[in-house]
Design a protein around this ligand. Structure first.
Ligand code: PEP
Ligand code: CO
Length: 447
């Protein structure tokens, strides 16, 4: 690793980066950010790594979820709490149904930069840079908004810090206490067709908790607090570089902007800047893999990103699409097995299942998302491998972006509350239902 530094990525081709009007202003901002305190600690990062190692062995399950893209305006109390609530509720269903500990990882507090299929966008003869997420530019189709502005890096760091501060305070004050799951209820759930099923699980868990506490003769405080980790796509390499630090008493470098950064499908080039940056940090890391990636490519990624076969270090997040996974995943599993390296397998059933409706909305069908997930569980089991986690785009709010689910949302409903600026998310109810369907598939008595 002696040829690696936090800036060595700059010698490699970096895909999906913004072009700033002034490189000097960008560098000034990166220097400022480099002096600010980190957002997470290496202790937390290492704790997550140990949990991911357990998940790779089938002793734990990982739930990762959140927005496709957080935006600065959504850094508000109700939106953050709702996201925390849905992740806590899903994890409760999973703990209960899978009989395993669950690690919760939000796509939160830094999920601000997006890869785009084109650098430029043209409307009515006017061409401007594409919107690349609030960390880079603004979504309005004006020159002012679309011009990349390095001040946004500081605003993003600030939003991430505020979000994380609020989450930590909620978790610390007992909001996430398993003794009080009623804290996580959302008003509109009462009217949901899933409400009764969910309440039964809560009651049953409450009963088990009281039973254990009676046996122990005291309150089980370890259950009083759940841990919550953060993640985002490590796309904007200047932002990631600025938070890359050495810490006392531990070797190596940590990206302390988040616990779990991942490499997106479009920036997973073996010779590219992102892989160069990621190979040198000590965090657990994810890589999105999917259709179009050869066995050799994925094998090279595994070798470069986890040369020492460190447990919990590398997550492969596969995202094929419901119609392609049966063709693609078995070969991928065999290819990774041939490296002799252990990875944690996760399924992102969202990004291979995006489609556009006749009325122009980007959407995903609940049944396709579920189908990809169910096929993933089966394929891993058939090949003697193990799916240790799931990765969703979801929100705790009552949006209408994906179709299907228990409420039977149709294409005509999308107009009602379509709020995402990038990809369609499962709404609160669809996300809860997805957790129930995972349990139905994989819990005791599942098929
Ligand atoms: C994402 O997770 O929002 C994303 C862009 O995914 P992928 O890299 O898998 O396309
Ligand atoms: Co997305």
């Amino acid at each position: 690793m002696n040829d690696w530094t936090p800036t060595s990525w700059q010698t490699k081709p970096a895909a999906q980066q913004a072009t700033y009007p002034s490189e000097e202003a960008l560098n000034r901002m990166v220097a400022q950010l480099s002096n600010l305190p980190p957002l997470v600690t290496s202790w937390e990062v290492e704790a997550l790594k140990s949990q991911l190692a357990e998940a790779a062995e089938g002793r734990r399950f990982v739930l990762q979820g959140g927005d496709c893209a957080e935006n600065f305006d959504d850094c508000s109390s109700p939106i953050i709490t709702n996201k925390l609530k849905i992740l806590l509720q899903m994890s409760l269903l999973l703990v209960h149904g899978l009989r395993k500990p669950v690690t919760r990882v939000g796509r939160i507090a830094g999920q601000f930069a997006k890869p785009r299929s084109a650098d430029l966008e043209t409307r009515d003869g006017v061409t401007l840079p594409s919107y690349r997420g609030d960390l880079v530019n603004g979504p309005d189709f004006t020159e002012a908004d679309r011009t990349p502005d390095p001040v946004r890096l500081m605003r993003g760091y600030g939003r991430a810090a505020m979000t994380l501060n609020f989450i930590r305070a909620l978790v610390d004050c007992g909001f996430a206490d398993l003794h009080h799951p009623e804290n996580w209820n959302l008003e509109f759930v009462k009217h949901s067709p899933l409400a009764d099923d969910y309440q039964r699980v809560v009651d049953s868990l409450g009963g088990s908790l009281r039973f254990m506490e009676t046996l122990a003769g005291s309150r089980v405080d370890a259950l009083g607090r759940v841990q919550f980790f953060t993640s985002h796509e490590g796309l904007h390499l200047h932002y990631e570089q600025a938070q890359t630090r050495q810490v006392p008493h531990r070797p190596g470098w940590y990206n302390l902007s988040t616990h779990l950064p991942w490499i997106g499908l479009r920036t997973a080039d073996v010779d590219g800047a992102h892989v160069e940056y990621f190979r040198g940090i000590s965090n657990p890391i994810g890589v999105k893999v999917g259709a179009g990636m050869s066995a050799e490519w994925v094998q090279a990624l595994v070798e470069i990103l986890n040369p020492g076969n460190e447990p919990g270090r590398l997550i492969l997040i596969h995202r094929y699409g419901a119609s392609k996974i049966a063709d693609g995943l078995p070969g991928l599993i065999e290819a990774v097995r041939a490296t002799g390296k252990r990875v944690l397998w996760m399924c992102d059933p969202m990004h291979g299942n995006t489609e556009t409706t006749s009325n122009g909305y980007k959407t995903r069908r609940f049944e396709n998302i579920l189908s990809e997930l169910e096929q993933s569980f089966d394929i891993h089991a058939e090949l003697g491998s193990h799916l240790g986690g799931v990765h969703f785009e979801l929100t705790g709010d009552d949006v209408t972006e994906c179709v299907g689910g228990a409420r039977g949302l149709g294409e005509a409903d999308l107009v009602r509350a379509y709020r995402t600026q990038v990809d369609p998310r499962l709404n609160y109810e669809q996300a809860l239902e997805m957790a129930m369907r995972i349990v139905r598939k994989m819990g005791p008595g599942g098929n």
